[in-house]
Design a protein around this ligand. Structure first.
Ligand code: NAD
Length: 493
C-alpha cells in the first residue's frame, strides 16, 4: 500500500512538473495563438503540439468559463471556480508550449511579426517586444460595444471579464450600504436601489435574473428595511428581448420577468449616461418618441460586441478586408481573407455565425484538426520525396517495391488532404431568466425544441456543468451552488 501511494504521489508530481522546457525547434514552424478564450483554448486542447513551436499570447493567463459569469456578479458562483489557469492546460500537452502574458498591440502581416506589450505590474519589468510567426491564429475576441454613447465608458459596468463581475458585485453592495446609511433622503435611496441593465440580449437577461434572485433570496432577508425599495429595469432598443430565441420563449421570459417584478422597457434606446442618470429615447404605443430620464445606482451595459483595435488595425492593412465591419472576414477554412498564414476564430472572426462560445469552440477544434492534418501531410510528402530520390539515386533498390510504397503514401495523402470546410453544428441556445427558471431552444435529432421553466433550469445547470473546463471547475461550481443555497450568498463587499 505504501509503495502504491508513493508511486501515485510520484505520478502526480511528475504530471505537475513536466521536464520539457520550451526550446524552439528550428525545423518546425512557429505557430502563434493570440488569446486564451473559447476559440484559442479549444484549438490548444486538440492540437498536436509536437508538430509546431506553439506560442500562446494573451493578457489573461487563464481560460474563463463565460456562461457562468452572470452568476459571479452576485456570488452564486465564486470567480475562481470558473477560471482555469492556462498553464494547467498547456502542461498536459505532449510537447511544451510557450505562454506570454501580454497584449498583442500590432500584427504586421507583411513581416509576419506581432508586437506585444507586457501588462505586468512589476516595476521595471521589460514591457514591449516582437514575436515572429510562421502561422498565426487570431482569437482575441471582441470588446464591449458602446456605440460612442456619451458617459457609457465612464459610468457603467460591463460584463465580459472576471474583473467586471467583481466590480458589479462590489457596486451592488456599495449601493445597498449607502442606501441604508444614516439620514439618506428617500429620493437618494430610490436612486441607489434602482439597478439598470441596458441590452436585452442573453447577457442582459441573465444578469437581470441573477440580480433579482440575489435581491429576493438574500438582500431582502438580511436588510429588510429596504426590501420594498429595490427595482431592476432592463432596457432594450428593439421591440423584444432575446431576439435569437423563439417567440414563445420570448413571451415566457417577459412574463417571468413581470412575476419577478423586473421592469422591461422595450423600444427604448439609451442615448446618454451621466454619473447618476440614464437618458433614453422611448417609443410609446402610439409610435410617438419621448425622452425618459432614469436615476440609477448601478448601471450594467450589455449591448453586444465591438471590434478590438488590434483587429481593426490588421483589417486596415489588408485591402480584401475593407468591406468587413464586424471583424476579420474568413473563408470556409477560417483563413483570413487577403492574408497569408493567418487564421481567425471566435468573436473577432466573421464566418457567418453569431458570436457565441459554441461557435468559437467548434472553430478552434476545426483548426486543430486542420493543423494536425497539415503537419501529417507534410511529413508524408517528405517521405514520398525521400523514396523518389532513393529510386533515382540508389542503384540496386527494388524499384517495384519502392514504387508501391510511394503509391500507398500518395493514397494516404489524398485521404488526409481531403479535409472538409468548417461546418457549424448548432446545438441550441440556453439562458437563465431568474427564480430557478431557464429557457432553451435546443436542436436535437433534426428537430428544434423550445422549453422554459424549472425543468429547463435543471437542464441548464447540468448542461453548463458538463461544459465546464475541468473536473476541478465542476467540483468548485457545485460546491458554490450548494454553499449559496445553504448559507445564502455572501453580502460582504
Ligand atoms: P447582444 O448583441 O445579443 O444583445 C445586445 C442588445 O442590446 C441588442 O438586443 C440591442 O438591440 C440592444 N441595444 C444596443 N444598443 C442599445 C441602446 N443604446 N439602448 C438599449 N438597447 C440597446 O449582446 P449580448 O447579450 O452581450 O450577447 C453577445 C453575443 O453572445 C450574442 O451572440 C449572444 O447570443 C451570445 N451570448 C449567448 C449567451 C447564451 O446563449 N446564454 C449568453 C451571453 C451571450
Amino acid at each position: 500500500a505504501i509503495a502504491g501511494t508513493a508511486y501515485l504521489a510520484y505520478g502526480v508530481y511528475e504530471l505537475r512538473h513536466p521536464d520539457d522546457q520550451f526550446l524552439p525547434d528550428p525545423t518546425k514552424k512557429n505557430l502563434v495563438i493570440l488569446g486564451t478564450g473559447w476559440g484559442a483554448v479549444s484549438l490548444l486542447k486538440k492540437l498536436d503540439t509536437e508538430n509546431y513551436n506553439v506560442i500562446v499570447i494573451s493578457p489573461r493567463n487563464y481560460f474563463l468559463f463565460t456562461p457562468l459569469l452572470p452568476s459571479c456578479t452576485t456570488g452564486t458562483v465564486e470567480h475562481r471556480s470558473i477560471m482555469e489557469p492556462i498553464r494547467s492546460i498547456t502542461r498536459h500537452k505532449k510537447a511544451a508550449v510557450k505562454f506570454y502574458e501580454a497584449e498583442a498591440t500590432k500584427i504586421d502581416a507583411e513581416r509576419k511579426v506581432i508586437s506585444i506589450d507586457d501588462i505586468s505590474d512589476v516595476k521595471g519589468a521589460s514591457s514591449k517586444t516582437d514575436v515572429p510567426y510562421d502561422m498565426l491564429v487570431v482569437s482575441v475576441g471582441a470588446e464591449n460595444a458602446t456605440f460612442g454613447i456619451p458617459g457609457v465608458k465612464e459610468h457603467s459596468c460591463f460584463l465580459k471579464e472576471i474583473g467586471d463581475a467583481q466590480q458589479i458585485r462590489k457596486k451592488i453592495m456599495d449601493c445597498v450600504e449607502t442606501a441604508t446609511f444614516k439620514d439618506q433622503s428617500p429620493e437618494e435611496v430610490e436612486r441607489l436601489l434602482h439597478m439598470v441593465v441596458v441590452g436585452g440580449g442573453p447577457t442582459g437577461v441573465e444578469f437581470a435574473g441573477e440580480l433579482q434572485d440575489f435581491i429576493d433570496q438574500d438582500i431582502k432577508k438580511w436588510i429588510p428595511e429596504i426590501a420594498d425599495k429595490f427595482k431592476v429595469t432592463l432596457i432594450e432598443a428593439l421591440p423584444n428581448v432575446l431576439p435569437m430565441f423563439s417567440k414563445q420563449l420570448i413571451e415566457y421570459t417577459e412574463s417571468t420577468f413581470k412575476e419577478e417584478k423586473i421592469t422591461i422597457k422595450t423600444k427604448t434606446a439609451v442615448k446618454k449616461v451621466t454619473e447618476k442618470t440614464v437618458e433614453a429615447e422611448a417609443t410609446g404605443p402610439d409610435g410617438k418618441k419621448f425622452t425618459e430620464v432614469m436615476p440609477y445606482g448601478l448601471l450594467v451595459w450589455a449591448t453586444g460586441n465591438a471590434v478590438r483595435p488590434v483587429v481593426k488595425d490588421l483589417m486596415s492593412s489588408i485591402p480584401a478586408q475593407k468591406d468587413s465591419r464586424r471583424g476579420l472576414a474568413v473563408n470556409e477554412y477560417l483563413v483570413v481573407q487577403g492574408a497569408k498564414d493567418i487564421w481567425a476564430t471566435g468573436d473577432c472572426a466573421v464566418a457567418g455565425y453569431a458570436p457565441t462560445a459554441q461557435v468559437a469552440s467548434q472553430e478552434g477544434a476545426f483548426l486543430a484538426r486542420l493543423f494536425n492534418t497539415m503537419a501529417k501531410s507534410e511529413a508524408i510528402e517528405n517521405q514520398i520525396h525521400e523514396l523518389s530520390s532513393e529510386l533515382n539515386l540508389k542503384p540496386g533498390v527494388d524499384a517495384a517495391a519502392v514504387a508501391r510504397e510511394i503509391e500507398a503514401h500518395e493514397k494516404q495523402l489524398r485521404r488526409i488532404k481531403d479535409i472538409k470546410p468548417f461546418h457549424y453544428t448548432h446545438q441550441g441556445s440556453l439562458a437563465y431568466i431568474g427564480s430557478e427558471r431557464a429557457v432553451a431552444d435546443v436542436s436535437w435529432m433534426n428537430g428544434n425544441f423550445a422549453t422554459g421553466g424549472g425543468l429547463t433550469y435543471l437542464f441548464w445547470r447540468s448542461a453548463y456543468l458538463s461544459m465546464c473546463f475541468s473536473t476541478r471547475n465542476r467540483v468548485l461550481v457545485v460546491v458554490d451552488w450548494l454553499k449559496s443555497k445553504a448559507f445564502g450568498r455572501d453580502v460582504s463587499r
